[in-house]
Write a protein that binds this ligand. Structure first.
Ligand SMILES: [Zn+2]
Length: 114
């Protein structure tokens, strides 16, 4: 099984990268896009640790949810997901993480240490 690649949109009119996918470019309102494969890595921009959550996820708690600034355009492209395989006491803003998309749309985007 292969992990799907994180695909960004690039506006054909102004070249702006877009995530999450949108029906129109927020910069120029263009509606034509090409798919661009993300490099799939970035830095941890912020995070929180969930100790209490919905009943369906309570067995996983505590776990970390974070926002990663993608290397593709770190000031603009940020992705929300769950930080996995990193001990919670080692999490630091700015640490390098790799984005892994779930194979099921029911599961969250995951961030793994690089
Ligand atoms: Zn545009």
């Amino acid at each position: 099984m292969t992990t799907p690649t994180l695909e960004l949109q690039r506006c054909m009119a102004c070249s702006q990268l877009i995530w999450p996918p949108m029906p129109a470019c927020a910069n120029c309102l263009g509606t034509s896009f090409e798919a661009v494969a993300s490099k799939g890595e970035g830095t941890l921009w912020t995070y929180t640790i969930a100790h209490r959550t919905l009943p369906a996820h309570q067995d996983d708690a505590p776990f970390a949810v974070g926002i990663v600034a993608l290397d593709d355009e770190p000031d603009r492209i940020r992705v929300l997901g769950r930080i996995v395989d990193c001990p919670l006491d080692t999490l630091r803003i700015g640490m390098r993480l790799r984005v892994e998309l779930p194979t099921s749309s029911e599961d969250p985007i995951e961030f793994h240490s690089v």
